[in-house]
Each structure stands twice: as structure tokens, then as C-alpha cells.
Design a binder for this molecule. Structure first.
Ligand SMILES: N[C@@H](CCC(=O)N[C@@H](CSS)C(=O)NCC(=O)O)C(=O)O
Length: 244
């Protein structure tokens, strides 16, 4: 009989209702090292409890960009887990412990022992500093607000550019293998994930030409996020602020 393989990788998709944000918890179970993507301050207690229950060592709180609709949980998580470092793109304009550039990797777990590796892919357009994170081993990409399920991030503030976003999605995301799963930072329709093929085939904005995409984005007529005035200044500190 084949020996049972021991799971090496933990993946949890978590949801915050107020801003419809997905937070992702990833861990290397051999070392118990973990990272969290796009934590929300309102759900830090829940996430911290899960991390503690599972006996994980939180190493990184990663933000895909400076969010405008909720306050990041990075700062509160750093207080609860002193070894945790905040991570964001070097193009974000936010303060953080670690800045990542296009092409760099974030790793948890030991080299040579199937660690969890995220490749950083700069996907500007929703904001200048949007970064997507690819796990090739798990055939997944965490797209932040660049690519949403059957949609994409708005481009009408925070240095948004529809032209840049179209290029980012076509060249940095739609060039991934078709079977890679797409995990966005938000969904407003109750969907959990998609795939590169599904979005290439069915995304009503991205199946259009560049000019049509720019027209669609110019006519979204979305109201500003309710929490934008407090979220932006807080998130520019990205978990670096003191006890305020
Ligand atoms: N109603 C929400 C904000 C909804 C919104 O604007 N979402 C953003 C991502 S958060 S800045 C977006 O890009 N949406 C794209 C779309 O097509 O919906 C609130 O008040 O927080």
C-alpha cells in the first residue's frame, strides 16, 4: 500500500462582509510558516484566532495594493504576531517593512523542502502599485483588484489608468496557463474563484478591444467607496503606525 502523503500546504479563503473583501491565508505545513494576503482590520480577531488555533507562525502580511474601501489588518496583525512583516509593492507609495518588485518572490517554508513560493507580478492600472501573486505549484493567482471575477478594478481614482490595466491583465495575467485559478480581492456577486480560461472567455470587459475596454471603464459610474476617506491615509501607513 502507498504511504499516505502528508499535506504540505494550507490554503484558506476568508471573507469580510462590509467591503466584500477576500483575505487568503497560506501556510507551509512542514515549518508552519504562514502568510496572509489582504487582511482587513475588522476581521483581524477572527484571522488571528485561526492562525493561533492552527499553530501557524505568521511571517508576512501582504497587501496587493493600497486599498480604498477598507483598512488593512496588517498593523493589528503585526502587533499580535511580532515576527510578521508587512509587504507591499515598491510602486505603492505606502510604508511597509518589505517592498516587492515585479519578478521577485515571497517564500515561506524551507528551500529544497517544497516551500510556498509566490511570484510577484506588477499589474498596475487600478492603482500604480497593484501587484498580483502567482503560486505556480498550486496553479493559482491572487489578483487583488486588477482582475475580478467577470470584472476588474475601477480606474477612476488612485492614479487609475484603464490603458495600463488592460495591458497588465493581457500581458501579466492572461499569459498564465488557462487552468490557473483566479482568486480576487473582492467579489460582489457571491462567487469565490474563477480561472484564467474562464476570464479570457467570459469576462465582459476583457473580451473587448483596448478601446472598447477604455470606453466601458469610463462609463462605470460607480460611487466612491464608503470608507475611502479613512482607508486611504491608514493604508498608506500599511501597518507601520504605532499604537494610534
Ligand atoms: N461599494 C463599495 C465599493 C465598490 C468598489 O468601488 N469596488 C472597487 C474595488 S474596492 S476600491 C472596484 O474596483 N470595483 C469594480 C467594479 O466594477 O465594481 C464600497 O462602498 O466600499
Amino acid at each position: 500500500m502507498e504511504p499516505k502523503s502528508i499535506p504540505q500546504y494550507l490554503f484558506r479563503q476568508l471573507f469580510e462582509n462590509e467591503s466584500s473583501t477576500y483575505t487568503y491565508l497560506l501556510a507551509d505545513l512542514a515549518t508552519k510558516q504562514a502568510l496572509i494576503i489582504d487582511p482587513v482590520v475588522d476581521t483581524v480577531e477572527r484571522d488571528a484566532k485561526l492562525i493561533q488555533q492552527l499553530g501557524l507562525k505568521l511571517r508576512y502580511a501582504v497587501n496587493t495594493h493600497v486599498h480604498a474601501d477598507h483598512i488593512t489588518g496588517s498593523g493589528e496583525l503585526k502587533k499580535k504576531f511580532p515576527d510578521c512583516k508587512s509587504v507591499i509593492s515598491n510602486e505603492s507609495g505606502a510604508k511597509a517593512d518589505i517592498y516587492v518588485k515585479d519578478g521577485e518572490v515571497i517564500q515561506i517554508g524551507e528551500t529544497g523542502k517544497t516551500p510556498v513560493i509566490l511570484e510577484c507580478r506588477a499589474t498596475p492600472g487600478h492603482t500604480n502599485g497593484c501587484m498580483s501573486f502567482v503560486s505556480h505549484k498550486n496553479k493559482s493567482v491572487f489578483t487583488g483588484d486588477a482582475l475580478l471575477i467577470r470584472g476588474c478594478g475601477r480606474t477612476d481614482f488612485q492614479q487609475g489608468s484603464s490603458d495600463k490595466l488592460y495591458t497588465s491583465i493581457q500581458t501579466k495575467l492572461f499569459t498564465l496557463p488557462d487552468d490557473y485559478r483566479v482568486y480576487p480581492a473582492h467579489d460582489y456577486t457571491g462567487q469565490l474563484c474563477s480561472s484564467i480560461l474562464e476570464e479570457k472567455t467570459h469576462n465582459p470587459r476583457l473580451t473587448k478591444s483596448r478601446d472598447e475596454f477604455i470606453q466601458i471603464m469610463a462609463n462605470l459610474k460607480l460611487s466612491h467607496p464608503k470608507q475611502i476617506d479613512k482607508a486611504l491615509p491608514a493604508n498608506l501607513m500599511c501597518g507601520i503606525q504605532g499604537d494610534d
